[in-house]
Design a protein around this ligand. Structure first.
Ligand SMILES: [Ca+2]
Ligand SMILES: [Ca+2]
Length: 235
């Protein structure tokens, strides 16, 4: 009897363990399937190159990416990704003295003065409200490629909090000395070019995208031409 009792109590346990293993394997397969969603190259509508040429004495150093000499390989994004920031509402830390905030998401990013949104000096931010939470794959930044220059303290954050007080994820930060007070970052500085800066958002879900800057290697002023956010709507 004693043995029988042990057996009857073990059978459901064993079945439970097998079911758990099977469910676990299934969940693993499902996760892998989601991660294996077919990828496609991200096709960006790039602006024309600036005609001003490349200065000879560019800043250089181990923490500065040299300007690309040719088109970088396209970033791969999941099928179904689209520009979820186009025409979306923009706010900022200070009112621009040149241009309108709506120009940040108007699709225009040529090296023209008329495509520049300029703001006063200091660490300033612009913020795009995507209107709803999306799975975000890539954010592309164009600050000011009218000149070959390095924008300082480039910090890119996403959140579902419009005030960025809670649930903030930093996707990019090259403020190595923390002078913009968002925490020190280890990402590289880079030169403004027509290719912009492509930042991997890794599928994070968020509604708001905020970009900081703090002047450039040429000026204390802040400038933006465009932010493009590519995501999977409603996921
Ligand atoms: Ca624009
Ligand atoms: Ca800094």
């Amino acid at each position: 009897m004693k043995q029988g009792l042990v057996l009857t109590s073990r059978v459901p346990l064993l079945l439970g363990a097998a079911a758990a293993l099977w469910l676990g394997a299934l969940a693993g397969e499902l996760t892998a399937a989601a991660a294996d969603k077919p990828l496609k190259p991200l096709v960006l509508k790039l602006p024309e190159p600036t005609l001003r040429g490349t200065p000879e004495d560019l800043p250089a150093g181990p923490n500065i990416d040299p300007p690309p000499k040719e088109d970088p390989a396209p970033f791969m994004v999941p099928e179904g990704s689209k520009n979820v920031s186009e025409g979306k509402t923009v706010t900022s830390s200070v009112k621009p003295f040149t241009g309108e905030l709506s120009q940040l998401t108007d699709g225009k990013k040529e090296a023209f003065d008329s495509d520049a949104i300029e703001m006063r000096s200091g660490s300033q931010w612009v913020q795009v409200d995507l209107g709803a939470e999306h799975a975000l794959h890539v954010v592309v930044l164009w600050h000011d490629h009218r000149y070959i220059q390095i924008t300082r303290d480039v910090i890119l954050q996403v959140s579902n909090d419009p005030e960025f007080k809670t649930g903030v994820t930093t996707l990019y930060n090259n403020d190595f000395d923390d002078s913009s007070k968002q925490g020190a970052g280890k990402d590289k500085e880079y030169f403004e070019t027509r290719w912009g800066r492509v930042v991997d958002a890794k599928g994070i879900k968020a509604r708001y995208v905020r970009g900081y800057s703090k002047g450039t290697s040429l000026t204390a002023l802040n400038c933006w031409q465009e932010i493009e956010v590519y995501g999977t709507p409603g996921q």
